[in-house]
Design a protein around this ligand. Structure first.
Ligand code: HEM
Length: 432
């Protein structure tokens, strides 16, 4: 029996979680990497100049004619792998101005919605989701695979926000398969030549998604749920996990520790505004600091036209890269850049140089519509849900990284690649 039939069959009969997850992980072993397009990163000698060049890459300042159509082409080319692997047809992959505008109109208003009631619902839904996930895991394991848990939590929360899904209606085995596959396929999408297992993985993913969101299928490429799931869930899960681990289990200064305790008490109540504005700022600064130290989009890629873009001979053999992570960790701009310290975003401390260098959501004219409201609120809510449900060092929980350096040095930077957190195990304090 081929791997495909085994897993599809397993999904159908519903007894998958561990067996299929382990099998799917075998696919990772096929991964190899070859770079085939010339890519350029700006040299990082002078910080101010370096930031300016990176900003120019992100804002398409290198285009002779900086109009929407040309920007979409320059962005869609490096994102072509998302079309190959996930079939995504959204703002990131389209060259059609109409498709782009339709997508922005569809997601934009929800992302800017500031209604505090929404964050209470989001918090309650995420807490319920974590309870359900833990019921699944705690029966069979003493220490918990914290990356898998964070992925499932963020995935179901994404479904709640964008597809109005009630967590109680979701089969977590399917969520386990879908999240694992998105992770593996994403990593594989960067490899060349692409392994055959990629096509198989995509089929399993489709089967799992159809079971999770039956009302959304069949659908056209433009209406496929992955068009939203990829930019929303995929950007969020690692920063949520890394912020949770940084604030809850790593070496932070006393001020940050005290702030985190307050944040655990006040989220989501403080999103009401009014008197709780300072607490809201404090809470959101944890998201901002997570996004600074561990930006989900580490690099932004743009294809550069060799000729004016309306010429018949235009080709795109070169790509330029804005190195966001490097901008966020430049020691000439950030004080103790590897330290997790949310207070650096307070007025008076947050300098213009930092403002210019802080690019987790890119910049205009294509700045992320989730930048101001949705992402910073959702990240800290999910971090708080994890900290309350799983515990922190202070409450007696512990994280083992399976890595002598990380286990031995609590101030070491955490690795943030998509496969770097698979061995991290969280031991809950069962006495609590
Ligand atoms: C932590 C969370 C997020 C991060 C770090 C993030 C990051 C980014 C970045 C760097 C860009 C610019 C991409 C480029 O031009 O190449 C972007 C654009 C965009 N993001 Fe996000 N994003 C996040 C969450 C979301 C969510 C939840 C959605 C909802 C679907 C979303 C939808 C979009 C859209 C539609 C654009 C395109 C905007 C445009 O081209 O005008 N993002 N995001």
């Amino acid at each position: 029996m081929s791997l495909t039939y085994f897993i599809v069959d397993a999904i159908k009969v519903g007894y998958i979680t561990w067996v299929s997850v382990i099998l799917i992980r075998l696919i990772i072993t096929f991964i190899s990497s070859f770079s085939f397009i010339k890519q350029h990163r700006p040299p990082s000698s002078n910080s101010t100049q370096y930031i300016l060049v990176n900003r120019a890459v992100a804002s398409f300042g290198f285009l002779q004619e900086n109009k929407l159509q040309n920007r979409l082409v320059s962005r869609a080319i490096p994102n072509g792998r998302l079309v190959n692997v996930f079939g995504v047809d959204n703002a990131f992959t389209t060259t059609s101005v109409i498709t782009y505008r339709r997508f922005i109109q569809r997601v934009g208003p929800g992302l800017r919605n500031k209604n505090p009631e929404k964050w209470h619902k989001f918090f309650n839904s995420a807490s319920t989701t974590l309870d359900l996930i833990l019921t699944d895991f705690r029966g069979v394991r003493y220490s918990l695979p914290v990356a898998i848990i964070a992925r499932q939590l963020v995935f179901v929360s994404t479904l709640h926000s964008f597809f109005n899904v009630d967590p109680k209606d979701v089969n977590l085995s399917d969520v386990g398969v879908a999240t694992e596959l998105i992770n593996i396929l994403w990593v594989q999408s960067k490899t060349e030549p692409q392994p055959d297992s990629l096509r198989e993985g995509r089929i399993f993913l489709e089967v799992a998604l159809q079971r999770i969101l039956p009302d959304k299928f069949p659908c056209s490429a433009q209406d496929h749920p992955l068009n939203i799931i990829i930019p929303a869930y995929e950007t969020m899960w690692r920063v949520v996990l890394l912020t949770f681990i940084s604030a809850g289990f790593r070496d932070v200064d006393r001020e940050t520790g005290e702030q985190f305790r307050k944040v655990l008490e006040c989220v989501p109540k403080c999103f009401k505004g009014g008197k709780s504005k300072d607490m809201r700022t404090m809470a959101v600064n944890f998201s901002k600091e997570g996004l600074r130290l561990y930006p989900p989009t580490k690099s932004i890629y743009r294809a550069v036209p060799t000729e004016p873009q309306d010429s018949d001979f235009v080709t795109y053999d070169e790509q330029i890269i804005a190195d966001i992570q490097e901008c966020h960790r430049d020691p000439n701009i950030w004080i103790n850049p590897t330290q997790f310290r949310p207070s650096r975003f307070l007025p008076g401390e947050f300098t213009d140089a930092m403002k210019n260098a802080y690019l987790p959501f890119s910049i205009a004219p294509h700045r992320c519509p989730a930048a101001d409201t949705f992402a910073p609120h959702a990240i800290i809510v999910l971090v708080v849900v994890l900290a309350k449900g799983l515990g922190t060092l202070e409450s007696g929980a512990n994280v083992r990284f399976g890595d002598a350096r990380l286990d031995g040095d609590t101030s070491a930077l955490l690795p943030s690649g998509r496969l770097d957190m698979e061995n991290w195990e969280l031991e809950m304090n069962d006495a609590v």
